[in-house]
Design a protein around this ligand. Structure first.
Ligand code: 5GP
Ligand code: ZN
Length: 112
């Protein structure tokens, strides 16, 4: 856990943020400022600053992020209509929280 990291604090259960899913390595919760009807964040418990900082040993975490995102999209009802999976990388890429997270964004149009 990194000192003063918001997503370390949230993912370790130290806030009242509700998890839609949790396992040993990952938590999923709603984005506080949603950009779409469905906007979830898939967050590893391990502190990794961004995609740029991934190490070989993090391969399993990245695979897990994707698989959990797929399941959560299904649970949120956007699988068939479609959705975006997004990593913002560093400031120029729109990242403001420097703890790796995968956005699931969708639910605009039920007809796809
Ligand atoms: P980034 O731009 O770093 O990829 O995305 C960070 C996201 O975290 C933003 O969409 C923002 O709304 C969300 N966020 C920031 N602070 C909090 C918080 O305290 N709780 C939750 N649930 N989401 C947050
Ligand atoms: Zn962190």
């Amino acid at each position: 856990m990194e000192k003063d990291c918001l997503f370390c604090t949230i993912s370790s259960g130290h806030t009242n943020t509700q998890f839609l899913y949790e396992n040993e390595t990952i938590v999923v919760f709603k984005d506080i400022n949603p950009h779409a009807p469905v906007h979830l964040l898939v967050v590893p418990k391990k502190h990794i600053r961004s995609i740029n900082d991934l190490k070989d040993e993090d391969r399993e975490i990245v695979a897990e992020l994707t698989m959990v995102a797929k399941e959560m999209a299904k649970k949120a009802g956007v699988s068939s209509t479609g959705y975006k999976l997004l990593f913002n990388v560093e400031r120029g890429g729109g990242q403001v929280i420097f703890h790796l997270h995968l956005h699931i964004i969708g639910g605009w149009n039920k007809n796809g």
